[in-house]
Design a protein around this ligand. Sequence first.
Ligand code: N01
Length: 548
Amino acid sequence: MAPQAVGRDRTTPAGYDVVIVGAGFSGLYMLHKVRQMGLSARVYEAGSGVGGTWFWNRYPGARVDIESQEYSYSFSPELEDEWQWTERYASQPELLRYLNHVADRFNLRGNIQLETRVTSAIFDERSDRWSIGTDRGEQITAKFCVMATGCLSVTKDPDFKGVESFKGPSYHTGRWPHEGVDFTGMQVGVIGTGSSAIQSIPMIAEQASHVTVFQRTPNFSVPAHNAPVDPGVVRDWREHRAQYRKEARQAGFGIRMLDQSERSVFDATPEEIKRTYEERWARGGFSLAGAFADIVVNKEANAIASAFVADKIRSIVKNPEIAEKLVPKTYPIVTKRLCIDTGYYATFNRDNVSLIDVAQNPIIEITPQGIRTRDAEYKVDAIVYAIGFDAMTGAVGKIDIQGRGGVKLKESWAEGPRTYLGLMVSGFPNLFLVTGPGSPSVLCNMALAIEQHVEWISGCIAYVNERQAGAIEATTAAQDAWVASVNEIADATLFPLANSWYIGANVPGKPRVFMPYIGGFPTYEQICNEVATKGYEGFALRSPARGS
Ligand code: N01
């Protein structure tokens, strides 16, 4: 392909400037951006609709854990003006409506091919193009390939002995049936106590005759205090939106409502500490994590926050034995993703809910009638697997991605993911990751992290095309330095102390590497901007290959 053909690649019937994998928050905005740039693009999406996370995670109680206004696109003032959230924390159906609205409003659907899973992406050095294969047997080529595949999109399959033998229905929270599930009159077993379980258990308990929760590690959870959106908040947001969006970008985790304090807990009196935590508990959501500056870096500071939440659990749960089981004791608060709930702990006061500690008595097998732990069999009519995801690397790991010299991404990442800025991988030219490992992504407001990445990637594509270059690629040196810096920053925090999915600990055999960048969104964005301003420092441009 001649370089000047970039913009409208019509040289092959199935050739595009950009192929985007995934039609969630990332893929939709990426498509919008590249179309605005006049590039030809096609999105491939495995689901039968757009929406990504919010298309798949339809379990009862599923809702965002960042306040709705903040967890939304900021790129279009018109979109912001016309869309009205109804709840403080939007529910899954509302988020899915929003993303469908975005697809319609920006006329995106014509470039999206649904029910198509990308299975391979192979870089052809002779033409500087990616050859992309799908499960429909298509082969498409594109100069640029963007993996908008999501950080939590590949569910962890239950690998218990006997899973197939279970006679009743079983569900994974991350692949919930679209028609919903009626648990009325059923005995339900829920395995897992992460965010998905914490949101769904109270809802399931309202329907089912009995719910048995199988908990391996208790989680810290803070009340959401969800409610209809306060009209005063809406007015305030509309009036100050530009300022609030700016403040979010300047906040460590990209979340304005975190209200991150700069103050050390050791500079506060015991009364002030108590008052601060009580006030933030009453406010709800992640604001508790922002109460003092040292929660994630100092063990003693963290212990104060952990003890506060532990006391809350003990005060809510009436049975002291159950309360004690629900109190996390093996890791510092926030080092596993903090959960935001609606009535989770109080659910254990119900007569129809019981809690089984499977750290003490591990699940041995799934039987035709239920779940057998080392010491008992629990008969259930239905099983809910709330066991999480192969996070951050799972989705790209499922695609056969081969870069220069036929090197497989899977092999390059055998010891853990290596990227430059979480955006590109050395040896894989013109391949971009949206919110990849090594970027703030899951430690951030995802909507904001996605917008920043999409905008950076668009800028990078424009840079390559303006220079009529064949390809851009992260240098190994820049990547090595970035990986070292990501690890160094993580090691200075308490995060590596928890066996979390951030570190791959939830997937047996996955290398133990802290995957997200924890240096904060503003620092990260500044680094990305500086890299771009300095002519994409740390990236190498290549002249067009002869066959291109
Ligand atoms: O998954 P998880 P999730 N035997 O990995 C347990 C986002 N999210 O789907 O901790 C027994 O957190 C496992 O136990 P352990 C959010 O970022 C957001 O709940 O490994 N138990 C754990 O309790 C979140 O962090 C929202 O010991 C087993 C649970 O299953 C991320 O998605 C809502 C087991 C898995 O918890 C993932 O959340 C939902 C086994 N063999 C999700 N294997 C919002 O609020 C696993 N477990 C927006």
